[in-house]
Design a protein around this ligand. Structure first.
Ligand SMILES: O=C(O)CCC(=O)C(=O)O
Ligand SMILES: [Fe+2]
Length: 301
């Protein structure tokens, strides 16, 4: 069928070459510019990748995040968790296991805004979710010893079958060492390409999982479709992490109405001291209907 006989009934956006207003060139160009091709390939192939400490922040930055989280944990519970002692089962229990969960952490120190705006992380998140994506949650998590593990699951909120592209991504700053005994995260590499969540018997079959052994200061990034979970911590002390979640722009943020959504909570001061992208990530700046039309034609817009 040539141009003349093609029926003119479809959306005009798809008649010509895709016009993504340069999104693909910008997003893929940024991956190349920052040397993140291997990380992008690992996300596509295995469903997750690790950024090494020198890929994310100057020395000392992540120690600062960790100490700040321990201070905040102490304000909530009255006791500062010890990094390396304390073999008693942690008194805190959430859906993530024996964890103290701090959903207000973004508002406690500018360093958390800097973590959110990290260049290498945002380049990989944008590669998965497009330039219009949102940060849907940031929670500090302090995990102590206890018997519970987190079964395999996906982070994508849709029912299965899942879209073959990412609609959510998880960026976890590891502020203490991660491995099996420390209660680290495990993965089923390549399960991001199965496009479905595990059934219950699959979710508790941990025999085939892989557990990254990664030092404090690294960042684990995963595709929302990859099957993953976490081991119980069996060593003394605590695992400290900063869990951040990102999603395509049409997905609602994960925050409770009670704590308030980022679009309502970020202050003018926070917006003023950050790059423009911060407002987009916080859901303050969504674009217009034209932007939405372009997003329907491009993974990266
Ligand atoms: O705590 C962990 O290691 C995994 C947490 C998790 O599955 C998540 O944040 O989606
Ligand atoms: Fe998860």
């Amino acid at each position: 069928m040539n141009e003349m006989t093609r029926p003119m009934v479809c959306n005009p956006v798809i008649l010509g070459p895709v016009d993504d207003r340069g999104a693909a060139a910008r997003v893929l160009g940024r991956i190349a510019e920052l040397g993140l091709q291997k990380n992008a390939w690992e996300i596509d192939t295995f469903g997750y990748t690790v950024l090494t400490p020198d890929q994310v922040a100057p020395a000392g930055f992540t120690d600062g995040l960790r100490d700040h989280i321990l201070d905040e944990a102490a304000k909530v519970s009255g006791e500062r968790p010890s990094l390396d002692s304390g073999t008693q089962d942690s008194p805190f229990l959430t859906f993530l296991g024996r964890t103290q969960f701090l959903p207000e952490i973004l508002f406690t120190d500018r360093a958390f805004e800097q973590a959110m705006m990290n260049d290498n992380i945002l380049a990989l998140v944008t590669y998965m979710l497009g330039e219009s994506c949102l940060m849907t949650a940031m929670n500090a998590v302090v995990k102590g010893p206890g018997p519970e593990y987190l079964p395999l699951h996906v982070d994508t909120p849709e029912p299965s079958p899942l879209p073959p592209y990412a609609t959510t991504a998880n960026v976890t700053w590891l502020l203490t060492d991660y491995d099996k005994a420390n209660g680290g995260t495990f993965f089923l590499p390549g399960s991001n390409r199965w496009y479905r969540a595990p059934m219950y018997p699959e979710s508790i079959d941990l025999e085939p999982v892989v557990t990254p052994e990664v030092p404090a200061g690294s960042v684990l990034i995963w595709h929302g479709n990859v099957w993953h979970g976490a081991w119980p911590r069996t060593t003394p002390g605590v695992r400290v992490s900063l869990l951040t979640y990102f999603a395509r722009y049409y997905i609602r943020d994960q925050r409770d109405d009670a704590v308030g959504h980022y679009s309502e909570r970020v202050t003018d001061e926070m917006l003023a001291r950050n790059p423009e992208r911060f407002a987009v990530l916080a859901g303050k700046k969504r674009g217009d209907v034209c932007d939405e039309q372009h997003r329907r034609t491009s993974m990266f817009a």
